[in-house]
Design a protein around this ligand. Structure first.
Ligand SMILES: *Cc1c(COP(=O)(O)O)cnc(C)c1O
Length: 480
């Protein structure tokens, strides 16, 4: 597989060394269709964010200039994917597009049994219902909102076994997504292996800032689990980006393609849930994929009740067709993921140079602002990250999201707020959508807001939903 100058440029950046001969690089695609975006005035934005209850999730997209809310389902599809949409087979049963998807998943991820769902959480729902019994404990490397929700909804309890460095925004550990084997062992010893239905291993951990696990760690966890007969289930939503970091940072992988590395990551697991709205370059879709036909059979019996028939799950034929193409496309050359992560690093570098505190090393899908340091005048219960995200929107129309105390929710037992160590604003880059000029504008705005951060007022809830509260909560500025 060919890896060009782009990849070498990224590697120099990852190593943090100033390459002697450093050339500019550009996106490995050109624009064929454009979507105009509307500019707004500051006065308009003041009004819009107040109407939205200071929650960036409640803004209308047309009021946003550069939308970095999420990289979920926001990718630009390729001309080949759009062409694939036209040949989707919309048969209710036995769709040709399903078999194309099954083939892509088998080839790229290596799992035999495919269970298609409407998106990642659909797959998490099925896996949790099939494997978790009430009272079970599910160890995982930092929680993800929907993943933990479904584990708890099935009667399980999530226990975080990620390494301590993941909770430290200043730690430069290259694999902050690793599982701490001692913490994992302690869970097994305390509860017994038969109360641990599986280990939930997320690749390129979203809530830690898009931080990878190393191949050595993935392998060690799999070996430990095999000893106890506990399956390892990946959240492989961002496994491509994880594979890229392994290639860049882990000894012995520099000359392996991301396709080979991705496959090796999956080889150390019994199955995976995937939100196809991320790595897979489509706007909707997801799947559960496993090796054990019995788990697949049980998941399919629920699938027909909650998603759809086994050969479409929650997707149209054309969606499956574009997804199959996206799965091949993401690993066809290493340049795609190199440019994707490279753009994130580009934005991160600009912010570091401007003195903005961010989580480092910069992760795979976005830049995470350290809101506790930027808004050091605000107490944790005054929601610094929520307040900072609103302030950035007011300044420039750039939309990010809170990833801190609001996202973490409340402990179901005690009713208290979870108080995560990380209080972050996430700026997530859609794949193949924005140019480096958009990154320049974003960095300038954030540098400006950071300089004047002491003027940002804290927030309090005016409406707090019971589940996944960050999506729909409303706030008001603290008076005084
Ligand atoms: C997005 C995401 C999910 C949930 O997927 P949806 O498609 O949004 O339901 C699960 N895990 C991770 C790591 C994600 O990034």
């Amino acid at each position: 597989m060919r890896r060009g100058a782009l990849v070498r440029g990224c590697r120099a950046r990852c190593d943090g060394e100033d390459a002697v001969e450093r050339r500019s690089w550009a996106e490995p695609y050109r624009v064929k269709v454009v979507e105009p975006i509307r500019m707004t005035t500051r006065a308009e934005r003041e009004e819009r964010i107040a109407e939205a209850g200071y929650n960036t999730f409640l803004l209308r997209s047309e009021d946003v200039y550069i939308d970095l809310l999420t990289d979920s389902g926001t990718a630009a599809m390729s001309d080949q994917q759009w062409a694939a949409m036209m040949v989707g087979d919309e048969a209710y049963a036995g769709s040709r597009s399903y078999y194309r998807l099954e083939e892509a998943v088998r080839l790229v991820y290596g799992y035999e049994e495919l269970v298609p769902t409407h998106q990642g959480r659909g797959a998490e729902h099925l896996l949790s219902q099939v494997l978790i019994s009430p009272g079970d404990v599910v160890p995982g490397n930092m929680y993800f909102t929907t993943t933990r929700f479904h584990q708890e909804y099935a009667g399980g309890r999530f226990v975080d076994v990620i390494i301590d460095e993941a909770h430290d925004p200043e730690s430069l550990h290259p694999f902050k997504g690793n599982i701490d084997l001692d913490k994992l062992q302690a869970v097994i010893d305390t509860h017994g292996a038969d109360r641990v239905p599986y280990v939930s291993f997320e690749t390129n951990v979203n809530m830690a800032g898009g931080q990878p696990a190393s191949m050595a760690n993935i392998k060690a966890v799999h070996e430990r689990c095999r000893h106890y007969g506990i399956p390892v289930m990946l959240d492989a939503t961002r496994a491509l980006e994880n594979a890229w970091f392994i290639q860049q940072r882990e000894g012995g992988y520099a000359d392996r393609s991301v396709a080979e590395i991705l496959r090796e990551v999956c080889d150390h697991s019994e199955g995976a849930t995937v939100s196809s709205k991320k790595d897979n370059l489509v706007n909707i879709g997801g799947f559960l994929a496993v090796r054990d036909p019995e788990i697949a059979r049980r998941a399919r019996t629920l699938l027909v009740a909650f998603e759809g028939l086994q050969t479409y799950g929650g997707m149209a034929g054309r969606d499956m067709e574009a997804l199959a193409r996206g799965i091949h496309e993401m690993v066809e050359t290493d340049d795609h993921v190199g440019a994707r992560v490279g753009q994130v690093e580009y934005l991160g570098d600009l912010l570091v140079k401007a003195g903005v505190p961010i989580v480092r090393p910069v992760g795979g899908h976005g830049v995470f602002l350290d809101a506790r340091r930027i808004c050091s005048h605000l107490a944790h219960e005054h929601l610094p990250a929520q307040a900072l995200a609103a302030a950035i929107y007011r300044d420039s129309g750039v939309r990010g999201m809170e990833r801190g105390i609001v996202s973490a929710g409340r402990d179901p037992q005690t009713g208290e707020h979870h108080t995560p160590k990380l209080e972050l604003v996430r700026l997530t880059l859609p794949r193949r959508v924005y140019t480096q000029a958009h990154m320049d504008v974003t960095a300038e705005s954030i540098a400006h807001v950071t300089d004047e951060a002491e003027q940002i007022p804290g927030l309090e809830f005016t409406y707090e939903p019971g589940e996944l509260r960050f999506f729909q909560a409303r706030f008001q500025p603290l008076s005084g």
